[in-house]
Design a protein around this ligand. Structure first.
Ligand code: NDP
Length: 383
């Protein structure tokens, strides 16, 4: 099968480096089917449309902002199974530069007004939605209705109901829905997940996840500073802690015991920091902390016979895993996003399970809403 023969030398190097450290695990190894504890799974995926195997998937980026230009478009150049072939934007003035830089045909370039015409474009297999969180539902549903597989950035959407609409639209159209949880594809993080699955240090006794950066408070005229657009620490960074605790423990919490949010003092102001405590079915608890004004970054798992952690847990480069008995989980990979996109492309080409499907990410949004409710009411909230 063509995908087994790496054609991109840089990509081959990345794979070989990971394989040399014993950290290259098969896609789909992490629980993301209906039986896995960290998976959502209540919505079985129908048999998806499968493009001809052996060809690269044509990717159209929707939303030409910071993450698309700084990370995803460059990372697509390093992939083995994807090709950046299309652009969708609300700012047509951005198109000439992107078309020149990435050799994109004019007929593969769309605006939000014309994007539904992409249904007739056989060169595009996937639409990657990279826009403010509050817009993910609408753009993803439109992408699915155009018959294209959907990759959507984190956090998946504002509410579990919006997530479900995205899942339903993809199911109806026979396309896959992957969320851009790059850490779930990252080889060192996958090694940590293996330690939990194998109970390598015995049964778990606790966990914490912290993700924050010491920036300036987001301005009111930018979507990251607007609560109803999905700005704020909990959605933007906290989703890494919620998702990290899910894959790190392979458990889903049953309640938010308590939560606190420090919010901007203005209408529609976002949370600058959020702290929370989750409880699991066996009574174990985990602590989460997230911020857009304070720096911290780690995922730590305690077990009866030791601990293991990622510190830091989610920068683009330099994630590092270690254990209480002195093991280092492996060197960081040079480019997380290219691994993520190739994994997702292979799942489409081979008709296999996604590592981070919408059904899994919907669980995290349910937890986020429960954290907000607990912070607002001062009470424990069942999930
Ligand atoms: P930016 O603000 O830099 O870009 C967002 C882009 O979305 C805009 O440039 C615009 O592109 C498009 N857009 C569509 N509708 C709107 C709207 N109503 N208001 C503003 N912009 C709109 O954000 P980022 O690129 O940093 O983030 C985009 C998404 O990617 C978010 O969901 C974020 O959480 C996620 N992200 C994920 C990261 C990861 O590591 N996985 C890292 C960073 C972000 P255009 O002008 O082309 O229409």
């Amino acid at each position: 099968m063509p995908h087994k023969t790496p054609s991109n030398p840089r990509r081959q190097f990345l794979r070989q480096s990971a394989a040399a450290t014993g950290l290259l695990l098969a896609p789909g190894l992490i629980g993301c089917n209906s039986s896995g504890p960290a998976s959502a799974g209540e919505d079985p995926e129908p048999a998806p449309r499968r493009p001809d195997q052996g060809r690269k998937l044509g990717i159209a980026i929707l939303g030409l902002g910071g993450y698309a230009s700084g990370q995803i478009a460059p990372a697509l150049q390093l992939t083995e199974h994807c090709e950046l072939r299309g652009l969708i934007t609300g700012s047509p003035e951005k198109l000439p530069e992107w078309q020149r830089k990435y050799n994109i045909k004019k007929e593969n370039s769309y605006t939000y007004d014309t994007m539904d015409e992409i249904a007739d474009n056989a060169e595009i297999d996937v639409i990657y939605v990279i826009t403010p969180t509050a817009t993910h539902r609408d753009f993803s549903v439109r992408a699915a209705n155009a018959g294209k597989h959907v990759w959507c950035e984190k956090p998946m959407a504002m509410t579990p109901e919006e997530c479900q609409e995205m899942i339903d639209a993809c199911n109806r159209n026979g396309v896959k829905l992957a969320i851009g949880y790059r850490m779930m594809h990252e080889p060192n993080t996958r090694k940590l997940i293996e330690l939990t699955k194998e109970k390598a240090y015995g049964p778990l006794t606790g966990a914490h996840a912290y993700a924050g950066y010491a920036g300036s408070p987001p301005p009111a005229d930018y979507w990251r500073g607007q609560r109803d657009m999905g700005g704020g620490a909990l959605y933007d960074m906290g989703v890494y802690t919620v998702n990290g605790l899910a894959y790190g423990t392979q458990l889903q919490p049953v309640a938010v015991v308590k939560a606190e949010q420090r919010r901007q003092d203005r209408p529609n102001g976002v949370d600058l920091t959020t702290t929370y405590t989750l409880r699991y079915p066996d009574g174990m608890t985990a602590e989460g902390k997230t911020s857009v004004v304070e720096d911290y970054n780690e995922l730590h798992i305690d077990a009866e016979n030791g601990w293991y952690e990622m510190d830091p847990m989610q920068p683009y480069t330099g994630v590092k895993g270690s254990t209480s008995d002195g093991k280092v989980l492996g060197p960081p990979v040079p480019n997380q996003q290219s691994i993520q996109m190739d994994d997702d492309a292979l799942a489409i080409l081979n008709g296999t399970e996604l590592i981070a499907p919408g059904t899994l990410a919907k669980h995290d949004i349910r937890v986020i809403r429960a954290i907000i409710e607990s912070a607002e009411t001062g009470r424990e909230v069942k999930i």
